[in-house]
Ligand binder design. Structure first.
Ligand code: FES
Length: 339
């Protein structure tokens, strides 16, 4: 039985390949038209070097001049020596064009619902079941959605894990003057066809075998990426904190779904944080960094994922630096609401 491998590149493109039992990752990629850089094919030159971000693998011969002990501890791999033991995701620090990986997948999908989940957020639901194969992406990645009758697209994170029936969901911030906003408000019809290009982005869930505590910090519709990650993660007793920052409490959305994660994760804690709350708001106020438990962060090796506007990402980074919190893995995706 083979496995699936996601190959993610520095230009943000991801390609999925199948890797047969006992087949080397590099051979599988070349077989499917992705010519990863290579030279010796013997584990010596390190030309085919990458990093495994998720999944299990083993390597045959790795010369000590190709990868050091530390490299191996950091899950660096030589694709010509790597065999998969599970589905896995790999990162290669060069553009996909270096290996003639071609274009991202373009698909057509049908609008099935347009749900206003807050006064400034729409949950766009699409049926892409006419695409016969299961649409693959890594939890946290995004799609480019083309606005009909324009050549413009906007990027939105998937709001769910990959599903066999190819039903897609995206949380979209409604900007009345934006191209997408005008389309959604005035022109979008149930049953209409929309074109998407998928998948993109290097913001995705990493391997965490040790069940390190995970901190998910969303600004606005950055929540979408975390819904995808939380859907993707298996049930566990891992410590998970979800911080969700919005300006007003009426901008919070998908609350029932978020609360339902407490059934799946026994140590899931949800922290909505409102920067300009009404007088009735009883919860956390201000900014997320003011509510991070510095002592808790110092106490464990943790993973932190931040998805939101640049100001949020920078504020969290500064907070960690100011408090000399260095015992965590930090991943972020900055986005600006595009008009
Ligand atoms: Fe030389 Fe893989 S091609 S180490």
């Amino acid at each position: 039985m083979g496995h699936s491998a996601a190959l993610n590149f520095a230009d943000g493109k991801t390609f999925f390949i199948d890797v047969q039992e006992q087949e080397f990752l590099l051979d599988a990629a070349v077989r499917q038209g992705i010519t990863l850089p290579l030279d010796c094919r013997e584990g010596v030159c390190a030309t085919c070097q990458g990093r495994c971000d998720a999944g299990q693998y083993e390597q045959d011969y790795v010369d000590e001049d190709a990868l050091t002990e530390q490299d191996l501890a950091d899950r660096k791999i030589l694709a010509c020596q790597t065999r998969l033991k599970s589905n896995a995701a790999f990162y290669f620090d060069h553009a996909s064009s270096f290996c003639q990986a071609g274009e991202a997948l373009k698909i057509e999908a049908i609008v099935t619902d347009l749900e206003w989940v807050s006064d400034e957020t729409v949950l766009l639901k699409l049926d892409a079941s006419q695409h016969s194969a299961q649409i693959q992406f890594l939890a946290g990645q995004y799609a480019r959605i083309y606005i009909p009758e324009t050549h413009e697209y906007r990027a939105y994170s998937f709001a769910h894990a990959p599903q066999a029936n190819n039903q897609l969901q995206f949380l979209i911030r409604y900007l009345p003057e934006g191209l997408m906003g005008r389309f959604l408000k005035s022109h979008c019809q149930i049953g209409q066809s929309i074109e998407l290009e998928i998948p993109f982005g290097s913001f995705y869930l990493r391997e965490n075998e040790a069940k390190r505590p995970r901190y998910f910090i969303a600004g606005g519709t950055g929540l979408s990426a975390f819904l995808s990650m939380l859907d993707q993660m298996p049930a566990s007793d891992q410590i998970i904190h979800l911080y969700y920052a919005v300006r007003h409490e009426e901008h919070l959305c998908e609350q029932a779904r978020i609360h339902s994660y407490t059934k799946k994760f026994s140590r899931f804690e949800y922290h909505p944080v409102i920067s300009q709350p009404s007088e009735h708001w009883q919860g956390l106020k201000g900014y997320v960094q003011e509510h991070l438990e510095t002592e808790q962060l110092h106490a464990h090796h943790f993973e932190m994922y931040v998805c939101g506007p640049p100001t949020l990402v920078e504020a969290i980074k500064s907070h960690l630096a100011d408090h000399q919190i260095e015992n965590g893995e930090f991943f972020s995706e900055k986005f600006i609401a595009a008009a």
